[in-house]
Each structure stands twice: as C-alpha cells, then as structure tokens.
Design a protein around this ligand. Structure first.
Ligand code: PNS
Length: 173
C-alpha cells in the first residue's frame, strides 16, 4: 500500500479585533501552504475587545468564505489543546517587525514545551501591511482618520456601524 501523503492542518490564532488586511494577506498565503487553515479567535474578555467573539468570527467568515480550505473557529484555554482537537500540527503566526519577535519567540517556545509535536511557522508580513495592527486601526478610526485599504471593506462598514451606535448611546445617556 502506498503511504498516505502528509496532510498539513494549520491553526492561525489571534484576537482579530478586527481582522486587518495584514491578517488577510497571511491567510491568503497560508491557505496556499497548508491543506487546511483554521483561523481561530481567542475568547478572552480581559483584553476588553471592541467586537465580541461572535462578531469577530462573523466578520472573518464574511471575508474568508472565498478560500475553500479556510475555516473560522474560536477557542479558550490553551492554544495547543485547541490545535490538538483539530489534529493540527502547525501554528501559523505573522511577524511584522523586530518588535514582534520577542513576544512571538516566547509564545512559540512555550507552545513547543507544552506540545513538542506542534511546530510554529512564522511568515513575514507583506511590506505593504507591516505597519498595520488592529489596535492602530481602531485608534485611527476612533480619532476620525481614514482607514480605507487597511481593513476589508465589510470590516470598515462594521466599524462605522459601531461608531454610530456608540454615538447614539452616548446621546441617550
Ligand atoms: O492576536 P494576538 O492577540 O497577538 O494573539 C495572541 C494569541 C491568541 C495567539 C495568544 O494569546 C494565545 O495563544 N493565547 C492562548 C493561551 C495560551 O495557549 N497560552 C500559552 C502559550 S503562549
């Protein structure tokens, strides 16, 4: 019997509050590298996210449904346990600048200690997007700056809707 070809399932974890074009670029490239890519949102309210996990997974699905081998999921607890549940052997992370490296290295080494059979794979962010972060997008947007081209159009619409809702609520209080 012929040996089965390797089947690589990768998890791309993150907060995705919200997804940016930098994340999207990584998903697109990751989807070409792995047989299956699971984009997983961490459930962690202590980070005081702008969007709920449900909203974030919905936004991810809206944008990522065009990739047939990409799935959207969420998790709480240890990332390696989540990866094991999906029989994933790869954790995918993006690196934008040297400043990302220390944090990413710590996480990768901790995850390797917890689960040596799961490998972290880093991809360099595309230079067009290497300055984008969800945090900066939210800051610029909340201060009235233009974020077109930094996030997918559907996410920009969500941000406008969220801002309008916040203004209405403030007006009522
Ligand atoms: O987009 P982020 O906020 O940089 O993503 C961070 C994330 C979700 C990858 C990280 O916080 C995580 O994996 N949390 C799960 C908890 C865990 O497994 N901790 C131990 C290994 S570092």
């Amino acid at each position: 019997m012929q040996p089965k070809p390797p089947h690589f399932i990768a998890i791309y974890p993150g907060s995705f509050d919200p997804i940016t074009n930098g994340h999207l670029d990584l998903v697109e490239r990751g989807s070409r590298m792995f047989d299956k890519l699971i984009v997983s949102v961490l459930r962690n309210d202590s980070k005081k996210p702008l969007f709920s996990v449900e909203e974030r997974t919905e936004m991810l699905r809206e944008v990522l449904h065009v990739y047939p081998n990409v799935e959207v999921s969420s998790f709480e607890g240890l990332l390696v346990d989540h990866a094991t549940a999906y029989t994933a052997t790869v954790l995918l992370r993006g690196i934008r600048a040297i400043s990302d490296y220390e944090y990413e290295l710590q996480m990768a080494l901790m995850n390797r200690r917890l689960s040596p059979e799961i490998e972290t794979v880093f991809m360099m962010a595309h230079e067009t997007y290497s300055f984008i972060s969800s945090r900066l997008v939210k800051e610029v947007f909340s201060l009235g700056g233009n974020i077109t081209g930094l996030v997918p159009p559907s996410v920009e619409l969500r941000l406008h809707a969220r801002l309008a809702k916040t203004k209405t609520m403030k007006g009522q209080s």
